[in-house]
Design a protein. Structure first.
Length: 442
């Protein structure tokens, strides 16, 4: 299936740009402040009920990190009307699936059901919001679950601390400086009352967006939404502190030793603006130009031609308040981390000096057209995009119009944005190396 999708994407690119139909939606507010977005898609007999809350790890206190991710788990424990341990049984017993995820900026919960179970999905999400049971049994249980997740995905995972270490060395005032999964010591030290207060503050209808997407009867959906969500009381308005970082004016250096690796990696990271800006979209294009695929500039030069690296890459780590533009490489043979940075810098200087070629520019345009089509190719993706564009960007219709921004980006802007953000005096160089007893012997 994966090969088929790749082949299809290739055909679409060869045949010119791919086009997606406009995503139709309806949005409105309940009296309690909850924003509602409805999207009818009769193409498949499924329905997604999802709620995105405007709470992430950046909303935590420095000595109580990990709360937002912890709640991603805790709010599956049960409610006043769904017994502990019954949530997943109800979902699977009715032919559904569910999941949740947390970022620095938001937390997202969703169920996918056969379309005849829309009312069930709405009731369950309203229960999570209106009647959560937050007690010591649930906190203790999920504390162990989160610890095990951290061991598997971070502590024992090769390069598992990489993003956390970049963030820790890039941010000094903003809460982006700590990892989303947080500190287990902070969770252990927290009281039940602190968890209950966090829930009361952030899990309110006026700090959330409800998206219902799939094969739905709009009138019936509105009736059920009013039945289950309208009675939920409005929460207190959240006042968020604004954290402004000082500009980086000289190259910073840091080292991290990872006991799970044998080969070093070098990272160059630049602090960038909010994902809502045009500059952030241009940096997306620069990432694709430099390292997306085997024909990209960095891969072809450093991995294929010079054989200096096992892996090379660049990506724009976009977030609501700030972003990070991250370049990384794994030297091989006699190549050094410093040598990789020198090769990378040469390509960036070319980008800052000369306009990219017209064929390369057209290739970029085609890639972003296809990315746009793929992001809205299934109803689950559409639901999450609708929620994100409302909650984080403040404009739901970006699901249809953001591609126009990418189409309008010029070669001159690509050159100028590279010149604006990707300079040696504006970055962190992180040497991510094996722990001394794990280093590969020569």
């Amino acid at each position: 299936m994966k090969k088929s999708l790749i082949a299809l994407s290739s055909l679409l690119m060869l045949g010119g740009t791919a086009h997606a139909q406009k995503v139709a939606f309806e949005e409105y507010d309940l009296d309690n402040g909850m924003h509602v977005i409805l999207h009818n898609d009769p193409s498949a007999p499924v329905v997604i009920t999802s709620v995105m809350y405007h709470v992430g790890s950046k909303d935590e206190k420095p000595d109580r990190t990990g709360f937002a991710h912890f709640f991603e788990h805790l709010l599956f424990e049960g409610t006043q009307n769904i017994k502990r341990g019954e949530w997943f049984k109800i979902v699977t017993g009715n032919g559904g699936t569910n999941n949740a995820n947390t970022s620095d900026d938001r937390t997202y919960y969703f169920e996918v059901f056969p379309s005849n179970n829309l009312e069930l999905g709405l009731w369950m999400e309203s229960e999570r919001l209106m009647h959560p049971v937050i007690n010591q049994i649930g906190v203790d249980t999920q504390n162990e679950v989160v610890k095990e997740e951290k061991r598997l995905r971070v502590d024992n995972q090769p390069y598992g601390q990489l993003i956390a270490e970049v963030k820790r060395n890039m941010f000094f005032k903003h809460p982006y400086r700590w990892a989303t999964i947080g500190s287990m010591e902070h969770l252990d030290a927290s009281t039940l009352e602190e968890f209950q207060a966090f829930n009361k503050k952030y899990y309110s209808p006026n700090n959330a967006v409800l998206v219902v997407a799939g094969q739905i009867d709009i009138a019936k959906a509105k009736e059920w939404i009013n039945k289950y969500f309208a009675p939920i009381p409005r929460g207190e308005e959240i006042k968020r502190e604004q954290f402004v970082e000082d500009p980086i004016t000289q190259e910073m250096h840091a080292t991290y030793e990872d006991p799970n690796i044998q080969k070093p990696m070098v990272v160059a990271s630049y602090r960038t603006p909010s994902m809502k800006t045009r500059d952030a979209r241009i940096l997306d294009m620069i990432s694709s130009y430099l390292s997306d695929g085997n024909s990209s500039k960095l891969y072809k030069k450093i991995v294929d031609d010079k054989k200096m690296a096992l892996q090379i890459g660049a990506f724009n780590y976009s977030q609501e308040d700030y972003g990070m533009y991250i370049l990384y490489g794994m030297p091989q043979g006699d190549a050094t981390s410093q040598g990789l940075i020198k090769e990378i810098d040469e390509e960036i200087v070319k980008l800052q000096t000369d306009l990219i070629s017209i064929p390369d520019y057209q290739k970029l345009q085609n890639k972003f057209e296809n990315n746009y089509v793929n992001s809205n190719s299934n109803v689950e993706g559409v639901a999450e995009n609708l929620a994100s564009y409302y909650l984080l960007y403040g404009d739901v219709n970006l699901i249809n119009t953001e591609i126009e921004m990418y189409r309008s980006i010029t070669r001159e802007e690509i050159r100028d944005i590279a010149k604006k953000y990707l300079n040696p005096n504006q970055r962190l160089i992180l040497d991510y190396i094996p722990a001394k007893d794990k280093a590969e012997s020569k």
